[in-house]
Design a protein around this ligand. Sequence first.
Ligand code: PLP
Length: 354
Amino acid sequence: MKKHNFSAGPCILPQEVFQEASQAVLNFNNSGLSILEISHRSKAFVDVMEEARNLSLELLGLKGKGYQALFLQGGASLEFLMVAYNLLEKKAAYLNTGTWADKAIKEAQLFGEVDVVASSKDKNFNYIPKGYKIPKDADYFHCTSNNTIFGTQMKRFPATSVPLVCDMSSDIFSRQMDFSKFDLIYAGAQKNMGPAGTTLVIIKDDILGKVTRKIPSMLDYKQHIEKESMYNTPSVYPVYVSLLTLRWLKAQGGIAAIEKLNKKKAVLMYSEIDINPLFKGFTANEDRSIMNATFNLKNESLKDQFDKMWKEAGIIGLNGHRSVGGYRASMYNALPLESVQVLVDVMGDLERKA
Ligand SMILES: *Cc1c(COP(=O)(O)O)cnc(C)c1O
């Protein structure tokens, strides 16, 4: 039986994508070759890379607006330092909304002054700070759109004259936004757009070339742009599976359509958390993530019973991150509404039985 997969990442992808991806391992586009054995310089793969780059920009509404899309390696974690390497000359402003933001800050501190404009550490990152000021002389402002571990999500982004950099690893392609407000966006693929092994980086050309330090080629966005995301051997298979996922998203009606479904799932999930007297949400209501819902049992003695019930219902990946405890339901694009319904039904059952 197919599981109801609430894992935080790597995570569920569309079933159709698994089918097509597995076919390509045996015989890629009827070429008589596996995608795993073709040259990354072959036309077949160059076409994959080009389509993946173009489709990313198209889905985000950034085509023809001076942006480049790259599929790099090293995860979002390498972007923590690449961003600073390429953009941080003197001072950068960062918003600390949790573990990943904190790691980005630590890397940036290796390259220059980091002004942490606000932090929600005082309440174990259960809210998004507001009303902070971004210094006008900062080289850029860095934020994390969705905090995967804590289950908070930025609903608004500050209006600022400095370049806006955002880690969108866990909510890229999940909701509509004016993406042209951002100068650099990065996302590890394994949360909402593909398998582990590649990172999408979207860069506005004109923010590069402003730092004086020398940048090693592999860490230099300009090099990767010049080489059309093929400076070295890219992660062929993860890029291909990401492309399949992006094609799937387009066929669903793009971000607008998937956002509607994501909101439905979130409403169903949070309504149960709010109505069911056995549970409480972890985050401030106005900052709730539509991707990762974090919640706890009010009475820990029901834990074994609840865990047994959701496991029996075919649910996996529901345990919260160790820094939060409790539960986390990750409801990425490919998770069907029915899976959320199954979880909500189990929570209702627990209420009746407890
Ligand atoms: C998972 C995650 C990361 C780390 O991604 P890696 O690809 O494992 O380096 C960074 N930021 C956010 C918001 C994440 O969810």
